[in-house]
Design a protein around this ligand. Structure first.
Ligand SMILES: C[S@@+](CC[C@H](N)C(=O)[O-])C[C@H]1O[C@@H](n2cnc3c(N)ncnc32)[C@H](O)[C@@H]1O
Length: 302
């Protein structure tokens, strides 16, 4: 009998269902009336199969409210971590960065919404199964993404991320911004730390890494947030278990060890406060964090 770690969707080569869940949330948000919309991802609906996206703002708010009631904190994190990332992306581009690496990109649509934005090149790295599903939808919708190079890579399979990106034309001598959102907690600790070590090789000085993590207490079952535990149970039952958690301290230590300076960290309530507007429709249960870290220069201790 395989352990939960062995019997994952990713290992069996099935596209990620949590990537679909993320797209469903973003597609519903895009239907919410503009004054209460949190992200405005007009392409997310392309990737939604069942159930189809809501037709009206009221229906969208009802659906999102039900998820928020059952699993407080997830809506805010899914929608607003992306706002935080895009804020960092715009800042990096102003600083001259022209390479964007999306790790575990799923149905992320940043490249569709900001395609040739000042000559950016995107490298979307994802598990081959999820990436195939994304590419099939893009082809079906006849949407071309000339600014994107798709890089199939399984973080758990022992291959080299550095090698895969080099083969795809990524230039490690030029700075980049890396978005690693909604992924770290699905990896085994070894794969997570291996990826961080490889990021240090990919990211020259001045590069920025934005990643999120889930609290260790969700993984070990001691968190007081019942909605988080219930989500952990559900995704585990669907074959995408949460495997690795961090704390604000261990997340900062891990990036420092890899040679990055932690610049800013927002917990879910901070995300809601900064990006949620006057009347956010989601609550801020506090069991996840998103961090921006900068690659230290040669010889600098991080
Ligand atoms: C919750 S989705 C997040 C998608 C996207 N980053 C977002 O924020 O919408 C998790 C993503 O991690 C990817 N993933 C999970 N395990 C992986 C692995 N071992 N190797 C590569 N990608 C993996 C899945 O394919 C999926 O795209």
């Amino acid at each position: 009998m395989p352990t939960p770690q062995e019997a994952t969707r990713m290992r069996s080569g099935t596209a990620s269902d949590t990537a679909h869940l993320t797209a469903r949330v973003r597609a519903a948000d895009a239907v919410v009336e503009p004054s209460r919309r949190l992200l405005d991802d007009r392409f997310a609906a392309l990737f939604v199969t069942e159930p189809p996206p809501p037709a009206t703002s009221d229906e969208a708010l009802q659906r999102l409210g039900a998820i928020d009631h059952a699993h407080g904190g997830f809506l805010a994190e899914i929608l607003l971590r992306q706002r935080f990332f895009e804020h960092e992306l715009i800042r990096s581009v102003a600083d001259g960065v022209r390479q964007v690496v999306m790790l575990g990109a799923g149905y992320d649509t940043t490249a569709l919404r900001m395609p040739g934005y000042d000559g950016l090149r995107y490298f979307e790295v994802d598990h081959p199964a999820t990436q195939r599903a994304k590419l099939a939808t893009l082809a079906q919708e006849m949407l071309s993404t000339p600014s994107v190079t798709y890089v199939p890579h399984d973080f758990e399979a022992g291959g080299s991320l550095v090698g895969a990106l080099a083969e795809a034309g990524f230039d490690p001598a030029q700075p980049c911004i890396v978005g690693w959102l909604g992924v770290t907690f699905f990896l085994q600790p070894g794969a997570l730390h291996q990826a961080l070590a490889e990021l240090a090789e990919i990211c020259t000085a001045g590069s920025v890494l934005v990643f999120d993590y889930m609290d260790e207490s969700v993984i070990d079952g001691t968190t007081p947030y019942r909605g988080a535990l219930e989500m952990a149970r559900k995704v585990g039952a669907e074959g995408e278990p949460y495997l690795t958690g961090l704390t604000p301290q261990s997340a900062a230590e891990a990036v420092r060890r890899a040679g990055f300076w932690p610049m800013e960290e927002l917990r879910v309530p901070d995300l809601v406060k900064r990006f949620g507007g006057n009347d956010p429709y989601c609550n801020g249960d506090d069991f996840m964090g998103v961090m921006a870290a900068e690659r230290a220069g040669n010889g600098e201790a991080a």
